[in-house]
Design a protein around this ligand. Sequence first.
Ligand code: UDP
Ligand code: MG
Length: 309
Amino acid sequence: MDPVFSIIVPCYNEEAVIRETHRRLSGVMQTMGAPYEILYVNDGSRDHTAQLLREIAADDRAAKVISFAGNRGHQIAVSAGLDYARGDAIVIIDADLQDPPELIPQMAEYWKNGFQVVYGKRAHRAGESAFKLWTAEAYYRVISKLTDGMIPRDTGDFRLVDRQVADTIRAMPEHARFLRGMFAWAGFKQTPLEYDREARFAGETHYPLRKMLKLAADGVFSFSMKPLKAAAWLGVFWGAAGALGLLILLILLLFNVSGGLWWLGCLMMLLAGTVLACLGIMGEYIARIFDDVRGRPLYVVAQTLNMDD
Ligand code: UDP
Ligand code: MG
């Protein structure tokens, strides 16, 4: 029987939580009285996650496993889940129980009432550092501004989407995947569902600063052309400043006043810095174009379990 609900769970080194996650998810799904599948995407874990997932899949036909040949990152793992999911409604949830599975019935209720995207909106976050809270807040503010409010604030990947929405995202082949932005871009009838984000059940975060910065950059450069325009405006600004400087210099020369040359050095450095920064901005776009033009697959699957039917 085809599942009504597909739950996508990206997993990277989640041996500390995965059993508990399966227990809680299954508990919730069984109360809903509709056929479901739970798709665990093992994103090249290096711990015992693969072994535990094998055991879980052996005990429970509803648990399916897609194992990558290497680590491709959270957004790609979720994208793979979307490719394999067969449900009419698809839920994306983290493996670490920061997003409470108990909210899924409520999301499904919205879906039955006609909403095609129900996204979790974090009202409160527990167990996260002041640094993460502050940078997340600042980032959501910036990305929301850059996309003219298209991407809602305080929204992560925890959401329920309709089959039609999932198929829309699957048809978007871009490699730099910022899924929450792609879902926002897709449109459809969307509604937020406010919730309190819990602390990680166990284990530690797999989003070190490096990965967070990459995700942040993907959000900015895949969804906004404003940085490019800012580069152009900087050019206009410095051009005008140069013209003004020249004028002042001419006037000074007319009055026989000779200034020192120190300011010239400062100005050169400022200008060189600006030019390099603008090149860097262009590089961000070019790297993403290169990634897409090269056309490699998003991920490589090494093995699947319980996928035969
Ligand atoms: N994750 C993944 N691949 C990665 C990093 C993370 O699939 O390279 C998964 C991870 O197992 C979890 C989710 O993405 O299910 C969110 O990661 P995490 O909880 O470490 O991030 P945080 O909640 O701290 O931002
Ligand atoms: Mg987490």
